[in-house]
Write a protein of this length. Structure first.
Length: 559
């Protein structure tokens, strides 16, 4: 899949173009996408993926995929594989440049010893609480650790003993020696290494000390020859530390950190910690639940990679955080599917219709276009028979004004087929519910006027009962009822939408869907866009997920 290189100029691209003009980094552009493999990627990561790979393509550079796996707690190969699958599915290629920060553990350790030898790092015996206490606040300078002035020899000895596993977890850390009076609290002798006896998913029990993210990340960028380290705004305060580390340890060309606004999406949570909680507490059925904002969830729901990339392009790159309306994402999905999804007919709330004057046992195949404006998608044949199903809402015994569907005094056209006229109905004696409707048809009305020669206003979809296949339909909606659930803090779970999933069975679909492949997308005419669930569907019970509705009705309902 080709990457769209016709991107609008934003402040990041302005920086890159100026660097190219001045021949900085010998004119090279090298970016990277560096996720931590402790969860599944979400739509916010998709923005970063599109930005990093898109810039590399636009300026004929390279983009690496790197797992920043420096904290063994929670990191797994499952997450690594999911990240690789998601980036591939979006259509991006890192070629042979898949890297892991854990590949660099030996080099990172050597860098740490180099800092110690330069007198720029020391082993500290303070507890985590004491370190926080000594850093103090923004309005007062920090207090130096009593271990800050250990000799180089003593620090080297202690650090090597930390590596060999001589000390207990949390008993000692390696800290950078920077400035305990810095206005940026992060620069007040930050921790570079900690003792952690947690096996690593790649290195096993080889290491009992692990580098902190801030130490490993910038040096991994430097090792890989990254020119522009593009990250989100929450790392803005970390930039002075990023620069300090690479300036102390790296000769020659150095990577430059540039921050942009992260994606915040309405009616959505993008905090990895919150997403883990939703999964672990069972509020959703896993990371790939179609209600989740994960790429895996969106893929399973039926979103297309093209739509996601269009969305990321539309929202652009900003310097300040803002809340993007999820309706824009849904519109991008809807626009893509409107152009490319073949049509089909499915009845969600079936009501039986009997055509009294249609021959018993006869079936006629009606040819229908798979797309009204795209002949390349071909045609299909849909059987028509005496007994049909229509949507229960497409008949009204006492219709309101301007009702254009079937009623006792109003004819209606069946999509691609005939005009039918109401004759009588049969109700359930106990409940009063309509059990079936009886109608008549005129075979001359398939492509012509109504039974009385007039134009018919209403058109409804249908399926033949003799050939229809029963399917399960899952109607997904937004997971939260409030626009900004992240603003609710720890109470965000109180705002989960109780109607975020409705399951309907049996629904009846035209028989052509019986051979649909997992993930296949369709427009169910007059209803919405649906995809065959690749996980739960069976031949006996196909499951179709609603991707998006035909129109954005949520905003109207919300108002």
């Amino acid at each position: 899949m080709e990457t769209n290189v016709n991107q609008p100029i934003d402040f990041i691209r302005e920086i890159i173009e100026e660097d190219i003009k001045t021949n900085k980094n010998s004119g090279r552009v090298a970016t990277r996408f560096p996720p931590e493999p402790n969860g599944y990627l979400h739509i916010g990561h998709a923005k970063s993926i599109c930005l990093n790979f898109g810039i590399a393509a636009q300026y004929k550079g390279t983009c690496n995929l790197r797992m920043d796996d420096t904290d063994p707690a929670g990191e797994t190969m499952e997450y690594v594989e999911s990240i690789i699958n998601d980036v591939k599915w979006l259509g991006f290629d890192w070629e042979d440049r898949l890297f892991f920060a854990s590949d660099y553990f030996e080099r990172l350790y050597d860098f740490a010893e180099e800092l110690i030898k330069k007198g720029k790092a020391y082993v500290c015996d303070l507890s985590p609480d004491e370190i926080r206490e000594y850093r103090r606040t923004l309005t007062e300078p920090g207090k130096e650790s009593p271990y800050r002035n250990r000799t180089v020899e003593e620090n080297l000895d202690l650090f090597r003993r930390m590596k060999s596993g001589e000390f207990a977890d949390g008993s000692r850390v390696l800290r950078a020696k920077i400035d305990m009076a810095s206005s940026n609290i992060l620069m007040r002798d930050p921790v570079l290494y900690r003792i952690k006896r947690t096996p690593h998913y790649r290195t096993g029990k080889k290491w009992v000390i692990y580098p902190m993210y801030d130490f490993a990340h910038c040096l991994s960028d430097a090792i890989e020859g990254i020119t522009h380290s593009i990250c989100t705004l929450e790392f803005e305060n970390n930039r002075p530390l990023y620069d300090w580390i690479v300036n102390e340890l790296i000769e020659g060309e150095k990577p430059r950190q540039i921050e942009f606004a992260r994606l915040n999406l309405s009616y959505t949570i993008l905090s990895k910690r919150r997403l883990i909680e939703l999964v672990e507490k069972g509020y959703v059925a896993g990371w790939d639940d179609p209600r989740m904002p994960t790429i895996a969830g969106m893929r399973r729901r039926g979103y297309t990679p093209e739509a996601i990339k269009t969305f990321c392009n539309k929202i652009g790159v900003a310097k300040k955080d803002n809340l993007v309306d999820i309706a824009l994402l849904e519109a991008c999905v809807r626009d893509d599917l409107n152009e490319n999804a073949p049509r089909a007919m499915c009845v969600l709330q079936p009501l039986k219709v009997i055509i009294d004057n249609y021959p018993e046992g006869q079936t006629k195949e009606i040819e229908c276009p798979n797309h009204p404006k795209n002949p390349s998608l071909g045609k299909r044949k849909v059987p028509f028979s005496k007994v049909l199903y229509i949507e229960r809402d497409d008949f009204s015994e006492n219709p309101p004004k301007k009702y254009k569907r079937l009623s006792p005094d109003k004819e209606v056209r069946l999509r691609n087929a005939y005009v039918i006229k109401f004759s009588h109905l049969i109700k359930d004696g106990a409940t009063g519910e309509i059990k079936e409707i009886h109608c008549t048809y005129d075979p001359a009305t398939k492509d012509g006027p109504s039974l009385d020669g007039k134009k018919v206003e209403g058109v409804i979809h249908w399926v033949a009962a003799s050939h229809a296949i029963p399917i399960e339909v899952r109607l997904y909606d937004r997971l939260f009822t409030v626009e900004d659930p992240a603003s609710k803090g720890d109470d965000y779970l109180n705002y989960i939408n109780p109607d975020s999933l409705k399951i309907l069975y049996p629904c009846f679909a035209e028989h052509n869907l019986k051979d649909a492949l997992p993930g296949a997308r369709f427009q169910f005419e007059r209803i919405g866009y649906f995809s065959l669930d690749p996980k739960d569907s069976t031949k006996e019970r196909p499951v179709f997920n609603r991707i998006v509705s035909l129109k954005d009705t949520w905003s109207k309902l919300a108002k």
